[in-house]
Design a protein around this ligand. Structure first.
Ligand code: FMN
Length: 306
């Protein structure tokens, strides 16, 4: 009997969808796998490219995983999938709002209950805190995380602080002013087929039943240690400011624009001052506490590892 695999995802510009298409090609052509794709359709309008205000206005709710429900969908035998692949992108160091809407829905609790899950993240390069929240959301559905794949931008961290917002706010992702193109390169996307091949093999040997990772040794996750502390500080600041901004009104309301404007100025100051400083500091700390840092990195990269 073929194994039933469900792929739940949301993709705005189509980047994550391209990643999943390349990665899952081996599952599509495998007779032993029945693949069901579930693209999430938000009931809110997340127009792409984003306007300046809509972009930043999404942050308080993203951080608090407080999303309006997605459009309804139908699934045959929702409680009987053998494996669920959850494809998502971080928004403000948290799972994107459409994915949060899915993960906090009653249907997700039925679909994910006691099921093995592989998360697939396609992002700029800051995903650690988002995956921490995702792990909590999965635990609240009694799901079992067996693997995690992370694909991120190839451009440098500071470069992508310019190129990704430019892409999100204008739709332009080409190289400009000596900076690399935004997003994940086509070559990296193509090579992600290796994960699909490993999933086909893993399913054939019932690894999902044993709770064993299928993607170990394939370079599924590689933590950039420079981001660990920056993300932690960033998420804490998002939580504090997000709570404050939410006191001024709902997402989209004019009443919260002044405080949001102040926050954006604060955020830009933080990015140009604290982030580079912290990254430099981190490389010193890493050298001093190598053993401890290696353990932290390993735990973030689990369960797939490198
Ligand atoms: C509102 C918003 C916030 C984002 N925040 C992050 C982030 O915190 N970390 C990150 O690595 N990428 C971030 N990104 C980039 C996305 O993770 C993703 O790479 C991009 O939106 C393209 O994905 P998609 O078109 O497949 O939806 C953000 C994008 C948006 C629109």
């Amino acid at each position: 009997m073929s194994k039933r695999v469900l792929v739940v995802y949301y993709s705005q510009s189509g980047q994550l969808k391209n990643v999943l298409t390349a990665m899952l090609e081996p599952l599509v052509i495998c007779d032993a796998v029945e693949l069901t794709m579930l693209p999430l359709c938000p009931s809110e309008d997340f127009a792409f490219p984003w306007s300046f205000w809509n972009f930043f206005d999404a942050f308080p709710e993203s951080v608090y995983c407080d999303a309006l429900p997605n459009a309804p969908y139908e699934l045959r035998d929702p409680e009987n999938f053998d494996l669920i692949i959850v494809g998502y992108q971080p928004w403000f160091l948290s799972p994107s709002l459409p994915m949060s809407a899915f993960m906090t829905s009653d249907q997700a609790k039925i679909i994910l209950n006691n099921k093995p899950v592989i998360t697939v993240i396609a992002c700029r390069n800051m995903w650690i805190e988002a995956q921490k929240s995702m792990k909590e959301l999965l635990a609240s559905c009694d799901a079992r995380l067996i693997d995690n794949v992370v694909l991120s931008d190839q451009s440098g961290p500071l470069e992508s602080f310019i190129t990704t917002p430019r892409w999100m706010l204008t739709g332009k992702r080409n190289a400009f002013l000596g900076l690399s193109a935004a997003g994940i390169s086509q070559d990296v996307i193509q090579k992600s087929t290796r994960f699909g091949e490993a999933i086909v093999k893993g399913l054939a040997s019932n690894k999902e039943v044993e709770n064993a990772p299928m993607l170990h040794g394939l370079g599924a996750v590689c933590v950039d240690p420079r981001f660990i502390a920056s993300e932690k500080i960033g998420k804490r600041s998002f939580r504090i400011w997000g709570k404050l901004i939410r006191l001024f009104g709902k997402r989209g309301s004019w009443s919260r624009r002044p405080i949001l404007g102040i926050y954006v100025l604060f955020l830009i100051t933080l990015i140009v001052s604290v982030v580079p400083l912290n990254m430099a500091l981190q490389s010193i700390i890493r050298r001093l506490f190598k053993g401890k840092m290696d353990k932290i990195i390993q735990s973030i990269e689990a369960p797939s590892g490198r």
